[in-house]
Write a protein that binds this ligand. Sequence first.
Ligand code: 5AD
Length: 357
Amino acid sequence: MLTQQEILNWLREKDPEKIHELIESADRLRGQTVGNAVHFRGLIELSSWCRRNCLYCGIRAFRTDLVRYRMTKEEVLECAKTAFDFGYGTVVIQAAEDPGISESFISEIIQEIKERYSLAVTLSLGERKESEWIRWKEAGADRYLLRFETSNQKLYEAIHPKAPDTIYPNRFALLRKLREIGYEVGSGVMIGIPGQNMSDLARDIELFHELDLDMIGCGPFLAHPATPLGSLTGDPVKDAEIRSKYHLPEAEEQVESSNDMAFKVIALTRLVCPKANIPSTTAVATIDGKKGRVSGLSSGANVIMPNLTPTRYRALYEIYPNKAATFETAKQTHQTAMEQIESIGRTLGTGKGSRLH
Ligand code: 5AD
Protein backbone atom coordinates (compact mmCIF):
# COMPACT_ATOMS: atom_id res chain seq x y z
CA MET A 1 0.00 0.00 0.00
CA LEU A 2 1.29 3.43 -0.94
CA THR A 3 1.83 5.81 1.97
CA GLN A 4 0.24 9.25 1.97
CA GLN A 5 3.68 10.73 1.27
CA GLU A 6 4.18 8.45 -1.73
CA ILE A 7 0.75 9.36 -3.05
CA LEU A 8 1.63 13.03 -2.62
CA ASN A 9 4.91 12.53 -4.47
CA TRP A 10 3.03 10.98 -7.38
CA LEU A 11 0.53 13.84 -7.45
CA ARG A 12 3.49 16.24 -7.68
CA GLU A 13 5.32 14.20 -10.31
CA LYS A 14 5.93 16.11 -13.55
CA ASP A 15 8.13 13.69 -15.49
CA PRO A 16 5.91 12.37 -18.34
CA GLU A 17 7.77 9.04 -18.45
CA LYS A 18 7.25 8.38 -14.76
CA ILE A 19 3.59 9.38 -15.02
CA HIS A 20 3.23 7.03 -17.97
CA GLU A 21 4.67 4.20 -15.86
CA LEU A 22 2.23 4.95 -13.05
CA ILE A 23 -0.71 4.87 -15.42
CA GLU A 24 0.50 1.68 -17.11
CA SER A 25 0.89 -0.12 -13.81
CA ALA A 26 -2.62 0.93 -12.74
CA ASP A 27 -3.99 -0.22 -16.09
CA ARG A 28 -2.21 -3.56 -15.75
CA LEU A 29 -3.53 -4.03 -12.22
CA ARG A 30 -7.03 -3.19 -13.43
CA GLY A 31 -6.72 -5.99 -16.01
CA GLN A 32 -5.67 -8.46 -13.32
CA THR A 33 -8.30 -7.56 -10.74
CA VAL A 34 -11.48 -6.53 -12.57
CA GLY A 35 -10.57 -7.58 -16.09
CA ASN A 36 -11.38 -6.16 -19.50
CA ALA A 37 -15.09 -5.64 -18.98
CA VAL A 38 -16.38 -2.08 -18.76
CA HIS A 39 -19.56 -1.88 -16.71
CA PHE A 40 -22.08 0.63 -18.01
CA ARG A 41 -24.22 2.31 -15.38
CA GLY A 42 -27.15 4.05 -17.03
CA LEU A 43 -27.53 7.47 -15.46
CA ILE A 44 -31.02 8.87 -14.88
CA GLU A 45 -31.02 12.49 -13.70
CA LEU A 46 -34.36 12.36 -11.93
CA SER A 47 -34.75 15.89 -10.59
CA SER A 48 -32.93 19.22 -10.68
CA TRP A 49 -34.79 20.75 -7.71
CA CYS A 50 -32.33 21.40 -4.90
CA ARG A 51 -32.50 22.76 -1.37
CA ARG A 52 -28.72 23.12 -0.99
CA ASN A 53 -26.36 25.90 -2.00
CA CYS A 54 -23.06 24.21 -2.71
CA LEU A 55 -20.59 26.84 -3.90
CA TYR A 56 -19.51 24.82 -6.92
CA CYS A 57 -22.79 23.53 -8.27
CA GLY A 58 -24.66 25.02 -11.23
CA ILE A 59 -28.08 23.87 -9.96
CA ARG A 60 -27.76 25.24 -6.40
CA ALA A 61 -30.98 26.52 -4.83
CA PHE A 62 -30.12 30.23 -5.15
CA ARG A 63 -30.28 29.92 -8.94
CA THR A 64 -33.87 31.09 -9.12
CA ASP A 65 -33.43 31.83 -12.84
CA LEU A 66 -33.28 28.13 -13.67
CA VAL A 67 -36.12 26.05 -15.07
CA ARG A 68 -36.38 23.02 -12.78
CA TYR A 69 -37.80 19.59 -13.58
CA ARG A 70 -38.70 16.37 -11.84
CA MET A 71 -39.26 13.24 -13.94
CA THR A 72 -42.37 11.11 -13.55
CA LYS A 73 -42.28 7.50 -12.48
CA GLU A 74 -43.23 6.45 -16.01
CA GLU A 75 -40.36 8.45 -17.50
CA VAL A 76 -37.90 6.81 -15.10
CA LEU A 77 -39.22 3.34 -15.92
CA GLU A 78 -38.84 4.12 -19.62
CA CYS A 79 -35.15 4.96 -19.00
CA ALA A 80 -34.71 1.72 -17.06
CA LYS A 81 -36.14 -0.18 -20.01
CA THR A 82 -33.65 1.51 -22.29
CA ALA A 83 -30.79 0.53 -19.96
CA PHE A 84 -31.96 -3.07 -19.95
CA ASP A 85 -32.40 -3.14 -23.74
CA PHE A 86 -28.87 -1.77 -24.21
CA GLY A 87 -27.54 -4.62 -22.04
CA TYR A 88 -26.55 -2.53 -19.01
CA GLY A 89 -26.41 -4.14 -15.56
CA THR A 90 -27.20 -1.06 -13.48
CA VAL A 91 -29.25 2.10 -13.44
CA VAL A 92 -28.17 5.05 -11.32
CA ILE A 93 -31.04 7.18 -10.09
CA GLN A 94 -29.49 10.53 -9.35
CA ALA A 95 -31.07 13.80 -8.28
CA ALA A 96 -30.25 17.05 -6.61
CA GLU A 97 -31.33 17.22 -2.96
CA ASP A 98 -35.01 17.54 -3.77
CA PRO A 99 -37.49 17.63 -0.85
CA GLY A 100 -40.24 17.04 -3.43
CA ILE A 101 -38.99 13.50 -3.90
CA SER A 102 -40.83 11.36 -1.37
CA GLU A 103 -39.69 8.10 0.16
CA SER A 104 -42.63 6.26 -1.43
CA PHE A 105 -41.99 7.71 -4.90
CA ILE A 106 -38.47 6.26 -4.90
CA SER A 107 -39.55 3.00 -3.24
CA GLU A 108 -42.17 2.43 -5.94
CA ILE A 109 -39.67 3.14 -8.71
CA ILE A 110 -37.16 0.70 -7.19
CA GLN A 111 -39.80 -2.02 -6.79
CA GLU A 112 -41.08 -1.64 -10.33
CA ILE A 113 -37.60 -1.69 -11.84
CA LYS A 114 -36.77 -4.81 -9.84
CA GLU A 115 -40.00 -6.54 -10.90
CA ARG A 116 -39.52 -5.82 -14.57
CA TYR A 117 -35.77 -6.01 -15.19
CA SER A 118 -32.70 -7.74 -13.90
CA LEU A 119 -30.89 -4.53 -13.05
CA ALA A 120 -28.92 -3.33 -10.06
CA VAL A 121 -30.31 -0.05 -8.74
CA THR A 122 -27.89 2.58 -7.50
CA LEU A 123 -29.24 5.65 -5.72
CA SER A 124 -27.50 9.02 -5.72
CA LEU A 125 -30.00 11.31 -4.01
CA GLY A 126 -27.82 13.23 -1.59
CA GLU A 127 -28.25 13.50 2.17
CA ARG A 128 -31.60 11.96 3.06
CA LYS A 129 -33.18 10.68 6.27
CA GLU A 130 -31.84 7.40 7.60
CA SER A 131 -35.41 6.02 7.62
CA GLU A 132 -35.65 6.70 3.87
CA TRP A 133 -32.32 5.03 3.20
CA ILE A 134 -33.56 1.97 5.10
CA ARG A 135 -36.88 1.83 3.23
CA TRP A 136 -35.15 2.16 -0.14
CA LYS A 137 -32.80 -0.69 0.75
CA GLU A 138 -35.80 -2.80 1.74
CA ALA A 139 -37.46 -1.88 -1.56
CA GLY A 140 -34.49 -3.47 -3.35
CA ALA A 141 -31.91 -0.76 -3.95
CA ASP A 142 -28.38 -2.16 -4.13
CA ARG A 143 -25.97 0.76 -3.94
CA TYR A 144 -25.71 4.38 -2.82
CA LEU A 145 -23.37 7.07 -4.09
CA LEU A 146 -22.39 10.01 -1.91
CA ARG A 147 -19.14 11.79 -2.64
CA PHE A 148 -17.35 13.25 0.37
CA GLU A 149 -15.99 15.89 -2.06
CA THR A 150 -12.87 16.70 0.02
CA SER A 151 -11.35 15.53 3.28
CA ASN A 152 -10.28 19.10 4.09
CA GLN A 153 -12.91 19.88 6.71
CA LYS A 154 -12.60 23.66 6.50
CA LEU A 155 -12.93 23.57 2.73
CA TYR A 156 -15.85 21.13 2.87
CA GLU A 157 -17.77 23.35 5.27
CA ALA A 158 -17.13 26.42 3.12
CA ILE A 159 -18.22 24.93 -0.19
CA HIS A 160 -21.11 22.94 1.22
CA PRO A 161 -23.28 25.13 3.45
CA LYS A 162 -25.39 23.12 5.86
CA ALA A 163 -29.13 22.60 5.50
CA PRO A 164 -31.24 23.45 8.60
CA ASP A 165 -31.41 19.76 9.55
CA THR A 166 -27.77 18.89 8.85
CA ILE A 167 -26.38 17.04 11.88
CA TYR A 168 -23.01 15.84 10.67
CA PRO A 169 -20.19 18.23 9.75
CA ASN A 170 -19.10 16.04 6.83
CA ARG A 171 -20.12 12.88 5.00
CA PHE A 172 -18.04 10.22 6.74
CA ALA A 173 -20.63 9.26 9.36
CA LEU A 174 -23.23 9.11 6.59
CA LEU A 175 -21.07 6.78 4.53
CA ARG A 176 -20.72 4.50 7.57
CA LYS A 177 -24.48 4.54 8.01
CA LEU A 178 -25.06 3.58 4.39
CA ARG A 179 -22.70 0.67 4.81
CA GLU A 180 -24.49 -0.47 8.01
CA ILE A 181 -27.83 -0.39 6.21
CA GLY A 182 -26.33 -2.80 3.71
CA TYR A 183 -25.66 -0.74 0.61
CA GLU A 184 -22.62 -1.12 -1.56
CA VAL A 185 -21.15 2.32 -0.97
CA GLY A 186 -19.65 4.68 -3.51
CA SER A 187 -17.94 7.98 -2.85
CA GLY A 188 -15.33 10.24 -4.34
CA VAL A 189 -14.04 13.78 -4.57
CA MET A 190 -13.61 16.68 -6.93
CA ILE A 191 -10.10 17.41 -8.16
CA GLY A 192 -8.92 21.01 -8.11
CA ILE A 193 -11.53 22.68 -5.93
CA PRO A 194 -10.28 26.22 -5.25
CA GLY A 195 -8.67 25.94 -1.82
CA GLN A 196 -7.80 22.24 -2.15
CA ASN A 197 -4.20 21.39 -1.22
CA MET A 198 -2.19 18.64 -2.83
CA SER A 199 -1.84 17.08 0.62
CA ASP A 200 -5.65 17.11 0.99
CA LEU A 201 -6.00 15.16 -2.24
CA ALA A 202 -3.33 12.67 -1.13
CA ARG A 203 -5.32 12.16 2.08
CA ASP A 204 -8.54 11.72 0.04
CA ILE A 205 -6.95 8.87 -1.89
CA GLU A 206 -5.66 7.26 1.28
CA LEU A 207 -9.19 7.50 2.68
CA PHE A 208 -10.63 5.64 -0.33
CA HIS A 209 -8.62 2.68 0.94
CA GLU A 210 -9.39 3.18 4.63
CA LEU A 211 -13.13 3.50 3.98
CA ASP A 212 -12.98 0.31 1.89
CA LEU A 213 -15.25 1.90 -0.72
CA ASP A 214 -16.94 -0.26 -3.31
CA MET A 215 -16.99 2.50 -5.91
CA ILE A 216 -14.86 5.62 -6.25
CA GLY A 217 -15.74 8.37 -8.70
CA CYS A 218 -13.55 11.45 -9.07
CA GLY A 219 -13.60 14.22 -11.60
CA PRO A 220 -11.96 17.58 -12.13
CA PHE A 221 -13.70 20.61 -10.66
CA LEU A 222 -15.28 22.62 -13.47
CA ALA A 223 -16.03 26.26 -12.79
CA HIS A 224 -19.66 27.21 -13.38
CA PRO A 225 -19.95 30.97 -14.00
CA ALA A 226 -23.26 31.23 -12.12
CA THR A 227 -21.71 29.97 -8.86
CA PRO A 228 -19.49 31.57 -6.20
CA LEU A 229 -16.52 29.31 -7.03
CA GLY A 230 -17.04 30.05 -10.71
CA SER A 231 -16.78 33.78 -9.96
CA LEU A 232 -13.13 33.49 -8.94
CA THR A 233 -11.32 35.21 -11.79
CA GLY A 234 -7.65 35.19 -10.86
CA ASP A 235 -7.87 38.89 -9.94
CA PRO A 236 -6.28 38.94 -6.46
CA VAL A 237 -8.46 41.73 -5.06
CA LYS A 238 -11.81 40.39 -6.30
CA ASP A 239 -10.90 36.82 -5.39
CA ALA A 240 -9.93 37.86 -1.87
CA GLU A 241 -13.39 39.41 -1.47
CA ILE A 242 -15.11 36.22 -2.61
CA ARG A 243 -12.90 34.10 -0.37
CA SER A 244 -13.65 36.18 2.64
CA LYS A 245 -17.39 36.34 1.92
CA TYR A 246 -17.61 32.54 1.75
CA HIS A 247 -14.89 31.71 4.34
CA LEU A 248 -13.04 29.90 1.62
CA PRO A 249 -9.55 28.83 2.71
CA GLU A 250 -6.60 29.48 0.44
CA ALA A 251 -4.42 26.57 -0.63
CA GLU A 252 -0.67 26.62 -0.06
CA GLU A 253 -0.24 24.17 -2.89
CA GLN A 254 -3.41 24.35 -4.99
CA VAL A 255 -4.46 21.20 -6.89
CA GLU A 256 -4.88 21.89 -10.59
CA SER A 257 -8.24 20.94 -12.04
CA SER A 258 -7.14 19.12 -15.17
CA ASN A 259 -7.57 15.77 -16.82
CA ASP A 260 -3.87 15.03 -16.36
CA MET A 261 -4.42 15.33 -12.62
CA ALA A 262 -7.63 13.28 -12.86
CA PHE A 263 -5.86 10.42 -14.65
CA LYS A 264 -3.20 10.34 -11.94
CA VAL A 265 -5.95 10.23 -9.31
CA ILE A 266 -7.70 7.36 -11.11
CA ALA A 267 -4.42 5.45 -11.37
CA LEU A 268 -3.53 5.99 -7.70
CA THR A 269 -7.07 5.04 -6.69
CA ARG A 270 -6.74 1.76 -8.58
CA LEU A 271 -3.41 1.07 -6.87
CA VAL A 272 -4.83 1.62 -3.37
CA CYS A 273 -8.22 -0.04 -4.10
CA PRO A 274 -7.34 -2.84 -6.53
CA LYS A 275 -10.82 -4.37 -6.77
CA ALA A 276 -13.01 -1.29 -6.54
CA ASN A 277 -15.33 -0.13 -9.30
CA ILE A 278 -13.84 3.08 -10.64
CA PRO A 279 -15.63 5.17 -13.29
CA SER A 280 -14.10 7.30 -15.97
CA THR A 281 -16.37 10.19 -15.09
CA THR A 282 -18.46 12.63 -17.12
CA ALA A 283 -16.29 15.55 -15.93
CA VAL A 284 -13.26 13.96 -17.59
CA ALA A 285 -15.30 13.47 -20.80
CA THR A 286 -16.43 17.09 -20.56
CA ILE A 287 -12.87 18.49 -20.55
CA ASP A 288 -11.87 16.32 -23.50
CA GLY A 289 -14.80 15.04 -25.56
CA LYS A 290 -12.58 13.03 -27.89
CA LYS A 291 -10.18 11.17 -25.62
CA GLY A 292 -11.17 11.93 -22.03
CA ARG A 293 -13.32 8.93 -21.27
CA VAL A 294 -11.03 6.45 -23.03
CA SER A 295 -7.95 7.83 -21.29
CA GLY A 296 -9.69 7.39 -17.93
CA LEU A 297 -10.47 3.79 -18.83
CA SER A 298 -6.80 3.31 -19.71
CA SER A 299 -5.63 4.76 -16.38
CA GLY A 300 -7.30 2.21 -14.12
CA ALA A 301 -11.03 2.84 -14.52
CA ASN A 302 -13.48 0.03 -15.33
CA VAL A 303 -16.87 1.76 -15.31
CA ILE A 304 -18.65 4.46 -17.31
CA MET A 305 -21.98 6.12 -16.66
CA PRO A 306 -23.70 6.82 -19.99
CA ASN A 307 -26.50 9.33 -19.62
CA LEU A 308 -30.03 8.00 -20.22
CA THR A 309 -31.88 11.16 -19.17
CA PRO A 310 -34.41 12.27 -21.81
CA THR A 311 -32.72 14.86 -24.02
CA ARG A 312 -35.30 17.55 -23.15
CA TYR A 313 -34.13 17.53 -19.51
CA ARG A 314 -30.38 17.20 -19.95
CA ALA A 315 -29.53 20.87 -20.39
CA LEU A 316 -31.48 21.67 -17.21
CA TYR A 317 -29.21 19.47 -15.09
CA GLU A 318 -26.20 21.66 -15.69
CA ILE A 319 -24.07 21.07 -12.59
CA TYR A 320 -21.15 22.39 -14.64
CA PRO A 321 -20.99 23.98 -18.12
CA ASN A 322 -20.75 22.05 -21.39
CA LYS A 323 -21.48 18.74 -19.68
CA ALA A 324 -20.70 15.88 -22.04
CA ALA A 325 -23.62 14.41 -24.04
CA THR A 326 -26.02 17.26 -23.19
CA PHE A 327 -27.50 17.41 -26.68
CA GLU A 328 -27.57 13.68 -27.43
CA THR A 329 -30.22 11.00 -27.20
CA ALA A 330 -29.64 7.92 -25.03
CA LYS A 331 -29.05 5.92 -28.19
CA GLN A 332 -26.32 8.26 -29.46
CA THR A 333 -24.67 8.34 -26.06
CA HIS A 334 -24.74 4.55 -25.97
CA GLN A 335 -23.30 4.13 -29.46
CA THR A 336 -20.45 6.53 -28.78
CA ALA A 337 -19.65 4.71 -25.55
CA MET A 338 -19.62 1.32 -27.29
CA GLU A 339 -17.26 2.62 -29.99
CA GLN A 340 -15.00 4.09 -27.34
CA ILE A 341 -14.59 0.89 -25.34
CA GLU A 342 -14.14 -1.20 -28.49
CA SER A 343 -11.41 1.18 -29.70
CA ILE A 344 -9.28 0.10 -26.74
CA GLY A 345 -10.15 -3.60 -26.91
CA ARG A 346 -12.51 -3.61 -23.98
CA THR A 347 -15.92 -5.25 -23.79
CA LEU A 348 -19.34 -4.39 -22.37
CA GLY A 349 -19.56 -5.95 -18.90
CA THR A 350 -22.13 -8.65 -18.32
CA GLY A 351 -24.12 -9.01 -15.10
CA LYS A 352 -24.54 -6.30 -12.53
CA GLY A 353 -20.88 -5.47 -12.02
CA SER A 354 -21.04 -5.66 -8.25
CA ARG A 355 -17.94 -5.12 -6.18
CA LEU A 356 -15.62 -8.15 -6.17
CA HIS A 357 -14.43 -9.47 -2.83
N1 5AD B 1 -17.43 20.57 -11.21
C1 5AD B 1 -17.13 19.27 -11.07
N2 5AD B 1 -17.91 18.39 -10.42
C2 5AD B 1 -19.05 18.85 -9.90
N3 5AD B 1 -20.00 18.23 -9.20
C3 5AD B 1 -20.95 19.12 -8.90
N4 5AD B 1 -20.63 20.33 -9.38
C4 5AD B 1 -19.45 20.19 -10.01
C5 5AD B 1 -18.57 21.07 -10.70
N5 5AD B 1 -18.86 22.37 -10.85
C6 5AD B 1 -19.91 16.83 -8.79
C7 5AD B 1 -19.92 16.70 -7.26
C8 5AD B 1 -21.17 15.92 -6.99
C9 5AD B 1 -21.39 15.19 -8.29
C10 5AD B 1 -22.80 14.75 -8.52
O1 5AD B 1 -21.01 16.12 -9.28
O2 5AD B 1 -18.77 15.96 -6.85
O3 5AD B 1 -21.05 15.03 -5.91
